[in-house]
Design a protein around this ligand. Structure first.
Ligand SMILES: NC(=O)c1ccc[n+]([C@@H]2O[C@H](COP(=O)([O-])OP(=O)(O)OC[C@H]3O[C@@H](n4cnc5c(N)ncnc54)[C@H](OP(=O)(O)O)[C@@H]3O)[C@@H](O)[C@H]2O)c1
Length: 305
C-alpha cells in the first residue's frame, strides 16, 4: 500500500477489542473514539468531566447506536486519580488492546498540581506515564496490544530542562508545552525499546495531528483567535482529519513499534496520515534513560517491563 493511501475504511473490524482513550470528550480524543467505535472496538472514554464525557458518548451513540462505550472518570493532573482509575479498570477488565494517551492542555496560566508538577507536564506527560505503567500488565497479556502517545510539531522546539522541569525558575508557557510533548515522544520510543528487550508483542507508537482547531487553543491570545479563521484553511485541518494519524497508529496492520505518524503536508501541518520522522533528540537513548529515571522518582512509580 502506498504510504499516504491509508484511511479508516481500510482498517480491519475491531469487534471484541477494548480501547481506552484519554480526553475522549472533545477534539481529537472525541474523533479518535468515534473512529474506533466505527470499527466496532469497545471504547472506554477516560475523561475528567463526566458530564462532558456522557454528552460525547451520547453523540457517538446517535451516530453508531450499536457502539459499545463506557465513560470513566480520570484526571491526569492528579496521580491519586490516575491510580484510582487503574485500580478499578484492572479489576473490571480482563484485557486492553489499545491505550491512547491523548488528553492534553496547552499554554495555560502557570499552576502547580497537588503533586507539585507544572500543569502541562502533569496532564500531558507524568499522568500518562503512571497510567501506562498501571495498565502495562493488562496490556502485555493482551495479544498484540498497542500504546499510542500523542506528541506535537511543538516537540521540535522542546528541551527537557531537568533544572526547571516544573518551571520553578521561570514559566514560559510554550516552552513547558513543547517540553511535555517532547517528553511524550521520548516516552513512546523508550517504551518501545523496553518492550523489544522484553520480547513483548505489545508495541508503543506515537502520533501527532498537525494543527487542528480544537479546544486546545483556548489559552491562545485573543488576537491569534481573531486571525485564525483567515489562516486556518492554509495551516490546519479539521479534528476528524487530525485524528487520523492516531487512528492509523492504533489500527494499521502494517504499523510497527516505534513508528511515529503525522500528516504528510507541508511542515506536517495538515494532510494524510503517514509515517514521519521524530526529531533526533527524541531518539537520544541517554536522554530517554535520564528522563525515565527522573519520572519514576518524581511519580514514585517504578516502570519496568
Ligand atoms: N489540536 C492540535 O492542533 C494539536 C496539535 C498537536 C498536538 N495535539 C495534541 O492532541 C491531544 C488532544 O488535543 P486536542 O487538540 O483534542 O485538545 P482539546 O480539544 O482541548 O481536548 C483535550 C482533551 O484532554 C482533556 N484533558 C485535559 N486535561 C486533562 C486532565 N488533567 N485529565 C483528563 N483529561 C484532560 C480535555 O478535557 P476537558 O474537555 O475537560 O478540558 C479534553 O477532553 C493533546 O495531547 C494535544 O497536545 C493537538
Amino acid at each position: 500500500m502506498n504510504q499516504s493511501e491509508w484511511n479508516l475504511a481500510k482498517a480491519a473490524a475491531q469487534q471484541g477489542k477494548v480501547a481506552i482513550v484519554t480526553g475522549a470528550n472533545t477534539g481529537l480524543g472525541y474523533e479518535t473514539s468515534l473512529g474506533l467505535a466505527e470499527k466496532g472496538m469497545k471504547v472506554v472514554m477516560a475523561c475528567r468531566n463526566m458530564q462532558k464525557a456522557n454528552r460525547a458518548k451520547e453523540k457517538i451513540k446517535d451516530k453508531y447506536p450499536f457502539s459499545d462505550l463506557e465513560c470513566r472518570q480520570l484526571d491526569l493532573s492528579k496521580l491519586k486519580s490516575v491510580r484510582s482509575f487503574v485500580k478499578d479498570f484492572v479489576k473490571d477488565y480482563q484485557s486492553l488492546d489499545v491505550l491512547i494517551n491523548n488528553a492534553g492542555i496547552m499554554i495555560p496560566p502557570f499552576s502547580l498540581t497537588e503533586d507539585g508538577f507544572e500543569s502541562q507536564m502533569a496532564a500531558n506527560y507524568f499522568g500518562h506515564f503512571v497510567l501506562t505503567q498501571g495498565l502495562s500488565k493488562l496490556l502485555l497479556k493482551s495479544d498484540k496490544s498497542r500504546i499510542i502517545s500523542l506528541s506535537s510539531i511543538a516537540h521540535k522546539q522542546g528541551k527537557i530542562r531537568f533544572d526547571n522541569l516544573h518551571s520553578e525558575k521561570k514559566y514560559d508557557a510554550m516552552a513547558a508545552y513543547s517540553q511535555s510533548k517532547l517528553a511524550c515522544l521520548i516516552f513512546a520510543i523508550e517504551l518501545q525499546r523496553k518492550l523489544e528487550q522484553a520480547d513483548s508483542k505489545t508495541i508503543s507508537l506515537a502520533a501527532h495531528p498537525g494543527v487542528s482547531n480544537t479546544e486546545l487553543m483556548r489559552y491562545l491570545p485573543r488576537w491569534s483567535k481573531l486571525i485564525a479563521p483567515i489562516l486556518s484553511p492554509f495551516i490546519s485541518h479539521n479534528p476528524k482529519k487530525g485524528a487520523l494519524p492516531t487512528l492509523r497508529a492504533a489500527l494499521d496492520d502494517s504499523a510497527n513499534g516505534g513508528d511515529y505518524y503525522g500528516p504528510n503536508g507541508r511542515r506536517e501541518l495538515k494532510g494524510k496520515p503517514i509515517k514521519i520522522k521524530p526529531r533526533r533528540k527524541a531518539l537520544d537513548v541517554e536522554l530517554a534513560n535520564e528522563l525515565w529515571k527522573k519520572t519514576e522518582e518524581l511519580t514514585d512509580c517504578t516502570f519496568s517491563i
